[in-house]
Design a protein around this ligand. Structure first.
Ligand code: CMC
Length: 434
């Protein structure tokens, strides 16, 4: 390690100093290795929200927030969106390489053959209230998979880990569609092996025992695109949750269930649902779009424009750029005579104003992927409370890929952050006064 591959940290209070190694990535920002800091200088680092902290090595996804770049396994998301399909992307994320024709055929067969659920799992659904949010059902049912597969899994055996990954990718659409069916009092539809991944999901969502649902190819393509764009996003909140949960060697189904819980929040995967709720409020209120823009800019008001801004993409969200086109095409195709046309009009107006407004421009607050995916899902007839569920279906492959990578990494340890304690100093429990 040469001197220029280190940074020197001097403690001005003691005069002690330490050289910290700089670790270089294959692409992106170098990282200071602070592991020796506590042992040598007796300090922790403070970084709430991990704004400057890398928690692991990873070779799955690369993103550059300033330049708006996203790559899976080195392949730009724009090229994958144009030329690949979701199942091929799943293979890429899990294996690190695109499959050959034979490998893809075999992978597709494996996923197709694992789509059914254990019949006993059906009974878990009836334990939920009818009006349960499908994400609550997802957290419960995916967590319950651990009870079905726990003893079979040796997480230190790569083959076992891959089987768990395949089971999750295959079963997630069934679990997700059934959460919708249950909350709507509809009978469960079993998966159909001749259908592709997106069509099968739409079939399980919308087919009736009396009428088979024939999905519109435009919807199938749009859903596959949404799956591709949401498949992974490196160390986001839910993926970090899965890694942290899995770092204690917990069952992978339980770890993925924790990831689903994290994704549910409106600042993460719940944003596409929040976008539609906000647009509905705008349409139903007597106020125009400008009024909401002003509210978003007002620091005394907690209101934020849902679907705008991103923790990492401070220039633009490349996924939003891809999906925006599909969204605009779909809305143009639907015309102005559909039941949501007022809502779509408000969305386009909001997009236009925000893109031109100094407040949003100066803070790099562009519409993110959830702004457009929410509108597309609504146009497809997907109920609002299923939006985040669809995100969870897509992100499952990212979660299991990171879990697998973490278990393989010889440097990975149980996740255990430190804290800056600001509570009471030691004191005595009060004695009874007489
Ligand atoms: N509307 C109005 N102002 C905003 C918004 C917004 N949506 N987002 C950020 N700001 C302002 C914020 O008030 C702050 O202003 P100032 O500098 O004057 O104090 C500035 O922009 C920077 O915001 P921040 O809170 O420091 O940014 P962050 O990186 O901590 O938050 C975010 C990122 C995504 C949580 C936030 O932009 C937000 O709440 N957006 C709305 C929710 C949303 O769409 N979330 C989906 C994210 S994409 C899906 C995913 O990958 O999970």
């Amino acid at each position: 390690m040469s001197k220029k591959d280190t940074v020197t940290l001097i403690d001005n209070s003691t005069g002690k100093e330490i050289e910290l190694p700089i670790l270089h990535p294959t692409n992106g920002i170098s990282t200071i290795d602070v592991r020796q800091l506590y042992r040598k200088l007796g300090y922790f680092t403070y970084d709430p929200g991990f704004l400057s902290t890398a928690s692991c090595h990873s070779s799955i996804t690369y993103l550059d927030g300033l330049n708006g770049e996203l790559q899976y396994g080195g392949y730009p998301i724009e090229q994958l969106a144009d030329h690949s399909n979701f199942l091929e992307v799943c293979y890429l994320l899990l294996e690190g390489e695109l499959p050959t024709k034979e490998e893809f055929a075999e992978f597709k067969t494996i996923i197709t053959e694992h789509t059914m659920l254990h019949e006993a799992l059906k009974r878990f659904y009836s334990g939920f209230r009818r009006d349960a949010h499908p994400m609550a059902i997802m957290v419960g049912v995916v967590g319950a998979l651990s009870a079905f597969y726990h003893d079979e899994i040796d997480i230190h055996d790569p083959k076992h880990r891959m089987i768990a990954a395949h089971q999750l990718i295959a079963k997630m659409p069934t679990i997700a569609a059934w959460s919708y069916r249950y909350s709507h009092g509809l009978p469960f539809e079993y998966p159909r092996n001749h259908l592709d991944y997106a069509s099968n999901f739409l079939h399980m969502m919308f087919s009736l025992p009396t009428v088979a649902y024939v999905p519109d190819p435009v919807f199938v393509k749009a859903l596959d695109l949404i799956f591709i764009l949401h498949a992974d996003h490196e160390q986001n909140a839910s993926t970090s949750t899965v890694r942290l949960t899995g770092s204690s060697e917990a069952n992978p189904f339980a770890a993925i269930s924790a990831g689903i819980a994290s994704l549910w929040g409106p600042a993460h995967g719940g944003a596409n649902e929040a976008v539609i709720r906000m647009l509905t409020d705008i349409v139903e209120s007597d106020n125009d779009v400008e009024y909401y823009i002003e509210r978003a800019k007002n620091k005394d008001d907690r209101f934020r424009l849902m679907g705008f801004g991103h923790r990492i993409y401070k220039n633009y969200d490349p996924r939003a750029r891809i999906i925006r086109k599909t969204c605009h095409e779909l809305l143009t195709g639907l015309g102005s005579s559909n039941e949501y046309s007022d809502l779509f009009k408000a969305a386009m107006e909001l997009e236009q104003i925000a893109l031109e407004d100094e407040y949003f421009i100066s803070r790099n607050l562009y519409p993110n992927v959830d702004f457009y995916s929410g509108i597309i899902l609504l146009a497809m007839g997907v109920p609002l409370n299923m939006f985040t569920v669809i995100f969870a279906v897509a992100r499952t492959v990212g979660w299991v890929s990171h879990w697998d990578e973490m278990i393989q990494d010889p440097e990975s340890r149980i996740g255990r952050p430190r804290q800056l304690y600001v509570g009471a100093l030691p004191r005595d429990y009060p004695k009874d006064s007489d």
